[in-house]
Design a protein around this ligand. Structure first.
Ligand code: ADP
Ligand code: MG
Length: 380
C-alpha cells in the first residue's frame, strides 16, 4: 500500500506542482492518476520512488515513511516505466530486460533466463532477444519497458503515460495485455495518464487531479462516471469522454498557423518567434521536437530544454487523435504533422468541438445529463 499524506511539492522557482495531496493506492490494485497536462501527475509519481523529494507531507510504502528508507533500497522494490520506454539503445532487448537483475548481482545465465521468460509474459517473441530497441516498433519497445520494470519482481510499479506515444489501436492492445498481465501478477500499480478513457479502462480506482496539483476526486471508475463531484470532473470525465467515444472517426478539422523556432536558435530568436508562454521547436527538416517554456528559457534552444510531453496527430488522422494531441500538449495546442512527419500547424481542443459535434450528428448531445448517457455506453 502506498499512502500520500498531505503531500506538497513546491519547485525552487515557486511552482506548486502538487498541493496537499492525500490518497491511498491499495496493495495489488491499479490506481490511476489522471488530469490535464501540468496538473502534477509526473511529480506525484516520482515522489514515490524519491526521484523528487516532497517539500511537505509524507509518503508511506507499506506503512514505512519513504524519507527514512535508503533511496537505492526503496527503488529496488519499485519498477518504473516511462513514455518512450527509456531503453538503452546500444544494448540488446534481452540485455535491456536483464539490467536490474544483473545490477542486483544475479549471474548472467539466471538473468537471461528471467529476461526470456518475461518476453513471453509481455507477448514478445524470443526471436527479438538479440535485436536492438531501434529495430522494434513503438508498441514493442513499450513491452520491453514493461518487462524490464518487472525483471526483479518488484511489488510496486510506477507507470508514467507508458502507452501514450503509440497509435490508438496498438494502445488498445497494450492496455488489454497489461490488464491480463496484472491479473496474473497483482502488483501495486500507480499509473499516470492524461487520457480519461485509459483511466476508466485500467483503474481499480481513479484520482482526477486539476492544475495546481490538487485532488478533484478519487473514486472507482463507475462512481466517477455516475457521480462526478463538481463541474471540473464532470467536464473532464463526461463531456470529454462523450467526444472520445466517437473513437476513430475521421473528419476534417482546422489547423492554425503556429510560430516556431529551431533547435539551436539563440534565446533572443526563440523569444522573438512568439510572445506565447510556449514555443514550438522544429528540427532542420521541419519535424516537431517539442515545446520550450518561455519563462524557463535561459540560453539557446537545446534538447535538454525541450518539454516532450504530448502526442502528435497526423492531418489525415481521426478527431480523437487530434483531440488527444491538444489535450496532452503543455501549450494546449495539439501538434499536427503531414504524412512525412513535417509540421503543418496546431489545433486547439475548442477548434475540434464543432467538427466533432458535426461528425457525431444527433448521436451525441452535450447536456448536463451527458455523464449518465456516457456511463450507459460504457456498460455496452
Ligand atoms: P504532469 O505530469 O501532470 O504534466 P508535472 O508533474 O510534470 O505535470 O508538472 C506539474 C507542474 O510543475 C507544471 O506546472 C510544471 O511546469 C511544473 N514543473 C515540473 N517540473 C518542474 C521543475 N523541475 N521546476 C519547476 N517547475 C516544474
Ligand atoms: Mg507528466
Amino acid at each position: 500500500m502506498i499512502r500520500f499524506e498531505s503531500v506538497t511539492k513546491e519547485y525552487p522557482d515557486g511552482t506548486i506542482a502538487v498541493n496537499e495531496l492525500s490518497l491511498t493506492a491499495p496493495t495489488g490494485k491499479i490506481t490511476v492518476l489522471v488530469g490535464p497536462s501540468g496538473c502534477g501527475k509526473t511529480t506525484s509519481l516520482r515522489m514515490i520512488n524519491r526521484m523528487i523529494e516532497p517539500t511537505g507531507g509524507r509518503i508511506l510504502v507499506d506503512d514505512r515513511d519513504t524519507s527514512t528508507i535508503d533511496s537505492a533500497e526503496l527503488r529496488r522494490g519499485i519498477g518504473y516505466v516511462i513514455q518512450h520506454a527509456g531503453l538503452f539503445p546500444h544494448r540488446t532487448i534481452v540485455a535491456n530486460i536483464a539490467t536490474v537483475p544483473l545490477l542486483l548481482g544475479w549471474d548472467r545465465a539466471q538473468a537471461t533466463s528471467r529476461a526470456l521468460e518475461l518476453m513471453d509474459r509481455v507477448g514478445l517473441p524470443r526471436s527479438f532477444a538479440k535485436r536492438f530497441p531501434s529495430q522494434l516498433s513503438g508498441g514493442q519497445q513499450q513491452r520491453v519497458g514493461v518487462a524490464r520494470a518487472l525483471a526483479a519482481d518488484p511489488p510496486v510499479m510506477l507507470m508514467d503515460e507508458p502507452f501514450s506515444a503509440v497509435d490508438p489501436i496498438v494502445r488498445d492492445q497494450l492496455q488489454d495485455e497489461f490488464l491480463r498481465l496484472q491479473g496474473e501478477i497483482g502488483k501495486t500499480i500507480v499509473f499516470v495518464t492524461h487520457d480519461i478513457d485509459e483511466a476508466i479502462k485500467l483503474g481499480d480506482q481513479v484520482a482526477v487531479l486539476r492544475v495546481g496539483g490538487t485532488l478533484a476526486q478519487l473514486a472507482a471508475p463507475e462512481e466517477l462516471l455516475a457521480r462526478p463531484v463538481d463541474d471540473f470532473v464532470a467536464d473532464f470525465v463526461g463531456r470529454d469522454r462523450g467526444y472520445r467515444t466517437l473513437g476513430f472517426r475521421n473528419a476534417a478539422f482546422p489547423t492554425r498557423a503556429e510560430p516556431t523556432t529551431r533547435l539551436g536558435a539563440t534565446e533572443a530568436d526563440a523569444r522573438a518567434a512568439t510572445g506565447d508562454p510556449w514555443i514550438l521547436v522544429l528540427d532542420d527538416q521541419d519535424h516537431p521536437l517539442g515545446w520550450v517554456e518561455r519563462e524557463r528559457l535561459d540560453g539557446p534552444v537545446t534538447r535538454e530544454a525541450l518539454h516532450r510531453g504530448g502526442t502528435v496527430a497526423p492531418t489525415d488522422g481521426s478527431l480523437r487523435q487530434a483531440l488527444d494531441a491538444a489535450l496532452s500538449a503543455p501549450s494546449g495546442r495539439g501538434v499536427i504533422v503531414g504524412p512525412d512527419g513535417v509540421f503543418v500547424g496546431t489545433v486547439r481542443a475548442r477548434d475540434l468541438i464543432e467538427p466533432i459535434e458535426a461528425s457525431a450528428g444527433r448521436q451525441h448531445v452535450a447536456t448536463p445529463e451527458g455523464v449518465g448517457v456516457v456511463s450507459q455506453s460504457k456498460a455496452d
